[in-house]
Design a protein around this ligand. Sequence first.
Ligand code: ZN
Length: 75
Amino acid sequence: MAIRYHCRHCETEVGRLPFGSAGEVQALHRLADGEAEDFITEGEDGEVTVRCICEHCQESLGQFPDYYALQKWLQ
Ligand SMILES: [Zn+2]
C-alpha cells in the first residue's frame, strides 16, 4: 500500500510514499479538510492517490497565473 502523489494538471506521478497506518491517511484527510474528495481518492486496494501539483506545472502557473483561475487547462 502506498500514497501516490499525482499532478492534478498533467497527471505526472510526482512521488510515492509507503504508508504504515490508517492514521496517516486520516491525517491527510484532515489536511485537505472539506476538499478531501477532490484531492484524495482511496482505491479499493487501500492505495491512496493525492492530487497535487508538480514542479513543472507550479512553475507554469507562477508565470501565467491567469491559467490558475481557469482550472481546466490541460484537462
Ligand atoms: Zn504537472
